[in-house]
Design a protein around this ligand. Structure first.
Ligand SMILES: [Zn+2]
Length: 402
């Protein structure tokens, strides 16, 4: 009897929780290295960390590998949106000439899963919505102020950029309070401008303080929704790249500080993958998808370079080496049970909108942490190319061997 009662109580709690709708706000505050966000006083962000998590993170892809990615703004935004590095998303700079939209972004994945739910972009750069998130997947927006030189006169000190960020924040706060979109992206630029103009300096640190105050306003809007509506919100605040070690004015390269970013979230606890490995910006997309219960179609999931930072993860840190017709695959096991299915294809048709025929070549226990996969029958080419997918019930990881 006692057991039944406890069961009923638990079931009641679960159903009460699941009636609360989950919503996400993610923020990119441009160009703030990890050491700077850690050094400057950020009382508002600290409040979010107090109930959630702060972690260091990296951008830049796999250094000296096929996925190495410039530490440049739009490149980072698109890694965040698609969960892939530049070898896939194809935004190598801020011109955003030919993004490869076959790697679906979180707005598209969300709207395809929940066509009736609302999305929003509040941004100090219009291209973020029109070229990256894509307007057709964004219901509400406030952006384009950088093109309005009458109201935001482009002064030399670039104070107008702070004014634009303020406008973006006031629109985001109003939009969240009034409409409570399920998925919002807030993008703020002033910190990067001050970094470029002044490097590591009081001006740059002041910009970080101003951004912190803006996060306080956003957090308040989220609290308001949580108090007045049956909603649970996750906020994720991150940056798109670090800055150079010497002066802090530049970025784009692969130095530790340029690659060294961070993430703040109101969510806790992050999973053992986030705890034991250094997450990358590509991990945020699958994390948001998991929080919002967005089912990522298999074909898309097999291309995602990130690993969710919440919920169950079975394998991480996958590496592979081609040895005389065999691929030697290794990984770290984060679960004791379950199997890894190892799929291999020699094509990359996905890149151009086609389909890859994966062959299941091996299935071994997760805890084995390695497998030797015979691929001699697959490829006779002089320049072999293999896309490998490791699938477990908890998470899927992919990598290329060339
Ligand atoms: Zn940037």
């Amino acid at each position: 009897m006692k057991h039944i009662l406890i069961f009923l109580l638990l079931a009641g709690t679960v159903s009460a929780q699941s009636k609360r709708e989950k919503k996400v706000v993610f923020v990119i505050a441009d160009g703030i290295p990890a050491d700077v966000i850690e050094k400057v006083a950020t009382p508002n962000i600290d409040k979010i960390i107090a109930q959630g998590t702060y972690t260091r993170m990296h951008v830049g892809g796999g250094k000296n590998t096929y996925s190495e990615t410039p530490t440049i703004s739009a490149v980072g935004y698109n890694s965040l949106l698609t969960g892939t590095w530049v070898n896939k998303h194809n935004v190598p700079d801020n011109d955003i000439r030919e993004p490869n939209y076959h790697y679906h972004n979180i707005f598209r994945l969300f709207k395809e899963a929940y066509p009736k739910k609302q999305t929003a972009v509040y941004s100090s750069w219009e291209d973020n919505r029109t070229k990256l998130a894509l307007a057709e997947y964004v219901d509400l927006h406030a952006d384009g102020y950088e093109l309005d030189t009458a109201n935001f006169h482009h002064d030399k000190q670039r104070d107008f950029m702070h004014n634009i960020d303020e406008k973006v924040i006031s629109e985001a706060v109003a939009g969240i309070k009034k409409s409570g979109p399920s998925l919002s992206w807030v993008y703020l630029e002033y910190t990067d401008d001050m970094g470029h103009m002044h490097g590591d300096s009081p001006e740059f640190y002041r910009a970080v303080s101003l951004m912190d105050a803006q996060m306080g306003k956003l957090w308040e809007a989220i609290q308001y929704r949580q108090q007045h509506f049956a909603e649970d919100w996750m906020i994720v605040i991150t940056t798109d790249h670090g800055r150079d070690e010497k002066k802090g004015r530049d970025h784009g390269g692969q130095s530790a500080r340029e690659r060294g970013t961070w993430m703040v979230t109101s969510y806790k606890p992050l999973n053992s993958y986030a705890k034991y490995y250094e997450p990358g910006i590509v991990d945020i997309m699958p994390t948001i998808a998991r929080y919002l219960n967005v089912n990522i179609p298999d074909s898309v999931a097999r291309e995602v370079d990130g690993t969710p930072l919440i919920g169950k993860v079975a394998i991480a840190q996958v590496a592979a080496d081609l040895i005389q017709g065999n691929i030697d695959v290794k990984w770290k096991a984060l679960e004791d049970a379950g199997n890894v299915k190892i799929y291999v294809t020699t094509t990359n048709n996905y890149k151009t909108g086609g389909k890859d025929e994966y062959k299941l070549l091996k299935e071994v226990p997760v805890k084995q942490e390695h497998a030797l996969v015979d691929v001699k029958a697959l490829n006779e080419a002089k320049d072999p190319f293999y896309k490998i997918v490791l699938e477990t019930p908890a998470n899927t990881v992919n990598l290329w061997v060339k």
